[in-house]
Design a protein around this ligand. Structure first.
Ligand SMILES: *Cc1c(COP(=O)(O)O)cnc(C)c1O
Length: 227
């Protein structure tokens, strides 16, 4: 069923996107019907932050949404990797935040029968409750790990803007700029063209301006009644 309200909203949001910028609709806590509402108007990429919820939803929607592409965006525990790899339409993991987790993913990649993109999460805000790599040398170690991968491939870098600061927008700008700078350095050193996963509902316009490739939007895609 096509919902004109969602279609109008989607088109409105996508107006600001350039061809190499992609919308990832974050559907955590949302119902299957809400996801289907966007699927039915042509959207394909959805993100979840918990493995169990992702596995459940991907199974439930397998038949009615055969072309759906799932992205894992939340903190991933090593002991959940096997469950995550059961998600048949898993497209990418945006939240690979340590060498330990990356090694666990690589150890299990034989369970996949298709390629899955990996984003290395970098803690640009240095907030303690946020996970992620914290230095350039750590990223270099992680990047070298992909040499022997069959199904996992390095797709890009991910970050989140700071939350507990007085000027969130200014801080988000600094975080996104830092990630963009890292991309430039790493691209040159390793001969890559890393994509950038950055920007949430409140700061996505800044992320768009800073060259984000994947915008992870939840709240603003679903709470649209007052528009
Ligand atoms: C929830 C979440 C988002 C989306 O946040 P909104 O503010 O709802 O747009 C993006 N990225 C991650 C990692 C999330 O957990």
């Amino acid at each position: 069923m096509k919902n004109p309200k969602f279609l109008e909203h989607l088109n409105h949001v996508l107006q600001d996107f350039s061809p190499d910028q992609h919308l990832l609709i974050v559907s955590k806590t949302r119902t299957l019907d809400e996801i289907r509402a966007y699927y039915d108007i042509g959207h394909r990429h959805f993100g979840e932050n918990r493995v169990q919820e992702l596995l459940l939803k991907s199974n439930e929607l397998k038949v009615s949404c055969p072309e759906i592409k799932w992205h894992m965006i939340g903190h991933l525990q090593s002991n959940k990797v096997k469950d995550l790899f059961k998600v048949h339409s898993l497209k990418a993991i945006h939240s690979v935040d340590s060498i330990h987790l990356l090694d666990e993913l690589i150890k299990n990649e034989h369970r996949l029968n298709h390629r899955v993109g990996v984003f290395l999460q970098f803690n640009t805000s240095r907030e303690e409750e946020k996970s992620g790599f914290e230095s350039r040398p750590e990223l270099d170690v992680a990047i070298a790990r992909f040499n022997d991968c069959q199904n996992l491939y390095l797709q890009g870098l991910m970050t989140m803007g700071a939350l507990r600061v007085d000027d969130q927008m200014k801080s988000a700008l600094a975080c996104f700029r830092e990630l963009r700078g890292l991309k430039a350095e790493l691209d040159q050193k390793w001969g890559l063209d890393l994509q950038l996963s950055m920007g949430m509902s409140q700061d996505y316009k800044i992320a768009l301006a800073e060259g984000a490739n994947w915008l992870r939007l939840g709240t603003m895609m679903f709470d649209i009644s007052g528009d």
